[in-house]
Unconditional design. Structure first.
Length: 51
């Protein structure tokens, strides 16, 4: 979660014309990284229960 808040704070200083371009892409990536880690962890836990 620290990564996401740091990215959002950093992108606040980007030019306003980038709000729908680069800023949006960077913010979506920042949210996607922890989400994918959690999803992977859940998938691995589920796999160990099946085996």
């Amino acid at each position: 979660m620290i990564l996401v808040t740091d990215i959002y704070q950093l992108t606040n200083i980007f030019p306003k014309e980038e709000i729908y371009g680069l800023t949006s892409q960077i913010r979506r990536c920042a949210v996607s990284i922890p989400s994918n880690i959690i999803l992977l962890k859940d998938t691995e836990e589920m796999a160990t229960r099946i085996i």
